[in-house]
Ligand binder design. Structure first.
Ligand SMILES: *Cc1c(COP(=O)(O)O)cnc(C)c1O
Length: 421
């Protein structure tokens, strides 16, 4: 459930009509609902009640300071994957002991940054990383808490570009080698093993791959403890999927996911961390765009929007489906026509949908892409020198611009001209 509903024939974000935001901010823009963000965070938090736990929001899904502050105020931790994200989390007031650092390519500088700023744990993804972490921590005279990310070789049955838990993926160490790698870690100075990490992919619409992975982690926990390691924390990653097409998808509920966690690893007495990103932010955001032209092509009609692949790349990159709805509610029984919905960018890949059945629209009409809150604004670029799409946050009947659209001058002035020109 989200808080983007039609009222009296107009689409609202909570208590604010989208047309009002469009008039004030211009299009395209992203808009997020505070109530939806909070609700989704709480669903996870409540799903783990009874277990010592921390929900670490995977902030790569949507990392605006205002979103981070909204979640941090509820007690959320953060899962970061770069020095930039670490700095964003700290700037939003998240204490170091609520930040976990994931990612296959942490640099020395990023490691030092997190060690000096404070960190809950590093999720180590390889032996070379472990060696560097040990060196940096030793040089700094500190001890780095770590889990090691194991790759359980489980098929997440999701899009190939967002599957991470098969042996051919770059992530983690093969679970079959875990005991050997933990033994090496235990022998290194400057690091302290505290647990195990696993993350098998994103947009999982079925709980079974989680079940397989978590059972393997439970088994590994017992083996590692028998080997003499302290395993007191399990980071079970993120990845729970959301319904992108309202009409025909029903992904698992956070409560079922929580029950699965209790069933598979609850007996181990470990502190549990999870790292949901998409399920917290995805349905909490829309991309709102305006129709520039309706163009009659050969045998097809194009709806040309002012939003483009640089603003929302998911359809071009993952063949992702987004429900696209008119901001003015169509009357019931209104005839639907097929549109190819495209942006103005000079690439044929700049296509959001083909043959999408929509009520008849005309230039100037507003449309909203649903489920665009995660991996939307964060993946936006200025390709074609299109200004980075602004972001707006709604709370009740208030809204605020949380990232302004840059002016052309601001964009151009980021370039510098060498002295010889
Ligand atoms: C991307 C990512 C997540 C979040 O995945 P979602 O599908 O957005 O929940 C969590 N943990 C790690 C390590 C990730 O890379």
């Amino acid at each position: 459930m989200d808080h983007f509903l039609y009222r009296d024939g107009a689409l609202f974000a909570e208590d604010v009509p989208l047309s009002e935001i469009a008039a004030s901010v211009g299009t395209p823009f992203y808009v997020y609902s505070t109530a939806t963000l909070e609700r989704h965070y709480r669903l996870f938090d409540e799903a783990l009640v009874g277990m010592d736990h921390l929900v670490c929001y995977a902030m790569k899904a949507a990392s605006n300071q205002a979103i981070l502050k909204t979640l941090a105020a509820l007690g959320a931790g953060m899962d970061v994957v770069s020095g930039g994200e670490y700095a964003r989390a700290r700037a939003a007031g998240v204490p170091g002991d609520r930040i976990v650092f994931s990612g296959v390519g942490k640099t020395r500088e990023e490691i030092a940054q997190a060690l000096s700023g404070g960190i809950r744990q590093f999720n180590v993804e390889s032996e070379p990383e472990m060696a560097v972490l040990s060196q940096v921590a030793t040089q700094m005279g500190v001890t780095a808490p770590i889990t090691i990310r194991v790759n359980p070789d489980v098929d997440a049955r999701t899009h190939a570009k967002i599957a991470t838990g098969k042996s051919e993926n770059k992530f983690g160490i093969p679970i079959a080698r875990a005991r050997e790698v933990y033994a090496k870690a235990a022998a290194l100075p400057g690091i302290e093993i505290i647990g195990i990490d696993v993350h098998i992919g994103s947009q999982l619409t079925d709980l079974e791959p989680f079940e397989l992975a978590y059972k393997k982690v439970a088994e590994l926990t017992e083996q590692l403890r028998a080997d003499g390691h302290t395993i007191r924390r399990l980071d079970l990653g993120g990845g729970l999927g959301i319904p992108y097409a309202r009409s025909n998808e029903a992904p698992p509920l956070p409560s079922d996911y929580g029950a699965l966690i209790k069933r598979t690893v609850g007996h181990l007495g470990c502190e549990i961390e999870i790292e949901p990103g998409r399920l917290i932010a995805g349905n909490a955001g829309l991309l709102v765009s305006q129709v520039i032209y309706v163009k009659q092509g050969e045998g097809r009609q194009f709806l040309i929007l002012d939003g483009a692949m640089n603003d929302l790349i998911r359809p071009a990159m993952y063949d992702a489906w987004h429900d696209i709805v008119p901001v003015v509610e169509p009357e019931p029984g209104r005839e639907l026509v097929p549109y190819d919905i495209v942006g103005p960018v000079c690439e044929s890949g700049d296509t959001f949908a083909r043959g999408r059945m929509m009520p008849k629209l005309q230039a100037g009409d507003l449309v909203a892409f649903r489920s665009a809150g995660a991996y939307g604004a964060v993946m936006a670029s200025e390709y074609n020198t299109r200004p980075l799409v602004p972001e707006v946050l709604v709370k009740g009947d208030h809204f605020a611009v949380i990232r302004a659209r840059p002016t052309f001058d601001e964009m151009i002035s980021r370039d510098t001209i060498p002295e010889w020109l």
